[in-house]
Design a protein. Structure first.
Length: 404
């Protein structure tokens, strides 16, 4: 599970921002089941979901893009690049200093046995700094440094013989991570961390075709196809069954006569005849089911686009409720639909906001930072600008008045 993610100097992010799933000590109440998840014997409790609100262009998606880069670079820096190749990282360009400084990212997460804190500083030319720490999931357990790498100097824990061998033999390229390199040589901790990352999906709704192709490939499993069909049926989409033929997806709907008697089923080409909302809902079905089944993490940009607010509410409720989420799956998403704020779904520490300062840099902060009652009308207060993170809309009428 994710505890925290931090990013500095990436896209619209200038100064360090921190997104945390660690529950605050605030007394909270929701109208729907929303139980915390305890991390071993640490005394730490984690949230099962979190949402980010903010105006258009405030940087909501960039927070998720930062996490996507973190995952992608760890996964691919060794196997998908060659010596001398540049690193595709874009720093904050609206400041004359940061444009030439490295981006920094760090995540703290747990596999249930240990809590890891891993991060790096990376420029377009090289990995400047990299570090990995871990501690047991027990109270007062001490954090142990597994390695710390800076330029050409790397210190490695005495018991990490394989890591030390990779360093001694200079097998780590300056544009690749030591962690990624170690995973290719089956170093136990590195493999465990990359497996944790592979169980964390980051989905952008701007990548509709990729979402669609990923959805189709899981339909060869008859059991999963039936579960996805049920997931669609419960959403009242009018779909009776889903059939995959010759790599084409067909949805079947009931046909009735004029007296309302059921006649037979009618087949439709799914991605041509179904609505965009239905296609999106279907595309998200497997990642959601897989996460809840196996305690994985799913990060979704603009979850609420094209979907009815009641559907989004039920998806979030599936993650918040321990009866449907017994293994501690986590959901992080961005949204504009403020209905969710008044639906009794969230604690204050689950709600985050982004806004840009006067210099174009994204700032991230939590509703828990405000001294408001848990029973306050969050939706109304947010729309009235009490928490910031809303657009400053000018006098649009002047655009039309000027042509008269």
């Amino acid at each position: 599970m994710i505890l925290e993610f931090c990013a500095t100097n990436y896209l619209s992010i200038k100064d360090e921002l921190k997104l945390s799933f660690v529950a605050t000590s605030l007394k909270e109440s929701t109208s729907e089941p929303n139980k915390l998840f305890d991390v071993g014997d640490t005394g730490i409790s984690l949230l099962r979901s979190a949402v980010i609100y903010g105006a258009n262009a405030s940087g909501k998606s960039n927070v998720l893009k930062a996490f996507a880069f973190y995952k992608q670079f760890i996964t691919d820096s060794f196997k998908n690049s060659q010596a001398g190749e540049t690193i595709d990282v874009e720093t904050f360009r609206l400041n004359a200093t940061t444009v030439s400084e490295p981006a920094t990212m760090e995540a703290t997460f747990t596999d249930g046995e240990f809590i890891y804190r891993y991060g790096f500083e990376v420029s377009s030319n090289a990995v400047e700094v990299e570090w990995l720490y871990k501690r047991a999931c027990k109270k007062r357990a001490k954090e142990v440094e597994l390695f710390y790498r800076e330029a050409d100097n790397t210190s490695v824990h005495p018991k990490s013989s394989l890591l030390q061998e990779l360093v001694n033999k200079k097998m780590v390229r300056n544009n690749a991570l030591l962690l990624s390199t170690a995973a290719q040589f089956n170093e136990t901790t590195a493999v465990s961390i990359l497996q944790w990352l592979s169980n964390t999906q980051v989905l952008f709704c701007s990548e509709d075709e990729l979402l669609w192709q990923n959805a189709i490939k899981y339909l060869d499993d008859e059991v999963m196809r039936q579960r996805i069909t049920d997931f669609a049926r419960y959403a009242d989409l009018g779909i009776e069954s889903i059939v995959k033929t010759d790599n084409r997806l067909v949805s079947q709907h009931r046909q009735y006569d004029d007296e309302g008697r059921e006649m037979n089923n009618v087949s439709f080409a799914f991605n041509r005849n179904e609505s965009e909302g239905t296609i999106k809902y279907f595309s998200l079905a497997y990642p959601i089911i897989d996460a809840l089944d196996n305690g994985k993490r799913v990060v979704i940009d603009e979850l609420d686009s094209k979907l009815h607010p009641l559907l989004v509410r039920r998806i979030v409720a599936l993650f918040n409720d321990p009866s449907t989420n017994p293994k501690g799956a986590q959901l992080l998403f961005t949204a504009h639909d403020t209905f969710l704020l008044s639906a009794g779904l969230f604690r204050r520490d689950q709600v985050w906001f982004t806004q840009k300062n006067n210099f174009g840099a994204t700032e991230l902060y939590s509703l828990a930072e405000y001294k408001v009652r848990s029973s306050s009308p969050f939706e109304k207060d947010y729309l009235q600008g009490k928490y910031g993170a809303t657009p400053l809309i000018g006098d649009m009428e002047n655009v039309f008045n000027s042509v008269k």
